[in-house]
Design a protein. Structure first.
Length: 238
């Protein structure tokens, strides 16, 4: 019971972070899940928890979703998330995670110093979606990289959170189908998934009330700082 309470609170906190910034919650939740159920069960469980969390984020901000950039992003993300999920057991996760962290730091650094001026067009969304989809399937989540791409669109806070959540929702749904073909997901697994899902919905609702009051410029600075912190953690700890 204490372990379940810890996981519930961790999922609530993870959803709060993801609901406020669009990413980051998975990195908080994954180590606890690995310690509780092992790495093979942890990644599918994290995927389902994020599926529920992103569904609530998209639902709470549904009216502000920008469907055109979402569509272009998913055009690259969905097929490559299948490829990433199929490669789940074959590539070294620590190396890939560190590579993602390094890429995010480079991206944010170039943006900060004005050396990178990405045009938020179809090409960026299509290619970025493919990269994020593949890495998401491979290591469980590439949310910070996807968030960095969507941040370049300059959307208002709730629109950014909800739009990015739709892309994550589609990728996690596809990965869940793939994982089920290769990993046995029993009744205990689904019971824990439901528990984490409830915590995710509550955390997301709490975060939405917070970001609705935040100015766009302050919100983008908040996300950029969190991106750097998360990327640094990924780079150091894998």
């Amino acid at each position: 019971m204490p372990d379940l309470l810890i996981l519930f609170l961790a999922a609530f906190a993870a959803a709060g972070i993801s609901g406020a910034a669009g990413f980051g919650g998975a990195l908080l939740l994954l180590p606890l899940l690995v310690a509780s159920v092992g790495v093979v069960q942890a990644v599918p469980l994290l995927t389902i928890a994020q599926l529920i969390g992103n569904l609530s984020r998209a639902g709470f901000g549904f009216r502000q979703i920008h469907w055109r950039p979402v569509g272009w992003f998913l055009l690259g993300a969905v097929p490559l998330s299948v490829l990433g999920a199929l490669s789940f057991v074959q590539l070294p996760k620590e190396l890939v995670t560190r590579a993602i962290g390094a890429a995010i730091l480079v991206f944010v650094g170039l943006k900060f110093f004005g050396a990178l001026r990405l045009r938020p067009g179809r090409g960026l969304l299509l290619v970025g979606g493919g990269v994020v989809g593949f890495l998401s399937g491979l290591v469980g989540s590439a949310g910070p990289l996807g968030a960095a791409i969507f941040l370049s669109l300059g959307l208002p806070p709730v629109a950014y959170i909800a739009s990015e959540a739709v892309t994550a929702l589609a990728m996690h749904g596809v990965k869940t189908v793939v994982y089920q073909q290769f990993i046995s997901l029993d009744r205990d697994f689904w019971s824990l998934a439901v528990l984490l899902g409830v915590a995710m919905v509550l955390g997301t609702w709490t975060a939405k009330r917070f970001i609705e009051r935040m100015p766009r410029e302050l919100f983008q600075k908040f996300v950029a700082i969190l991106l750097v912190l998360i990327a640094g953690y990924m780079l150091i700890h894998g």
